[in-house]
Design a protein around this ligand. Sequence first.
Ligand SMILES: [Cu+2]
Length: 283
Amino acid sequence: MTAAAKLAGFALALGVVFVAATLAGAAVDPAPRDDAEPAAAHGGDMAEDHEAPAQPVRGLAVSEHGLRLDLQTTELEPGAPSELRFRILDAAGAPVRAFDVEHERRMHLIVVRRDMRGFQHLHPRMSADGTWSVPIRLPDAGTYRVLADFSHDETASTLGADLRVSGDAQLRELPAPATSTETTGGLRVALDAPPLRAGREADLRFTVTQDGRTVTPEPYLGARGHLVVLREGDLAFLHVHPMDDGGATFAATFPSPGRYRLFLQVKVDGDVRTAAYTVEVPR
Ligand SMILES: [Cu+2]
């Protein structure tokens, strides 16, 4: 993302806070706020130069912006050390080899089973012919979503395709919503968020503690953490902005009511740990 886009996102977040504060100040009782359309907060001239409303979700299509994800590895054996290979093809079918750096990398790859178990965030390497590859091992059978998140010619894309791991899949329910979770290595990560509402941008703040003491995560991918948000049902990928407030805070707009799974990754003592949460956006 460009600095200008980050600033625009931040300016919009300030705008939303301002509008919400104005509504709260004007309200004699809570009813006017409940009746306010979500669009009101994003209305006006401010929203026009902001990218989020135009593309609220990504990752549902194998092709967009004239680019196509050509997943060359579509089936794996459970538990076997393997390699995942893919290319991004342009409209003429030629491999794209020029990518912009976003969050310190040219390619971010998310692999997760359809029930949102087994989350992995990988950084593949590209060979001279435009083929990306990364070692991978998927222990459990099932259908997985592969999301390639990248930017080409300053246009961000997230393309998705399915990958099968052979065997009988033991699909599981999404864990119940929670605001605190434990990672490997004994970290506790608390999620602090305002009441969520479809179509409204919300700041999601994460606080990391270890043995009751607050831990400041090390820089990871250009921020104090990296957040991936996926929607239950279609695994739509939400675009979130890290906020430059010195902590692990992200601005996210949940496009529709329903449940979402948040995967926060923080680096502590040189290790990247993942904290996952289910959140529910009410109807
Ligand atoms: Cu990444």
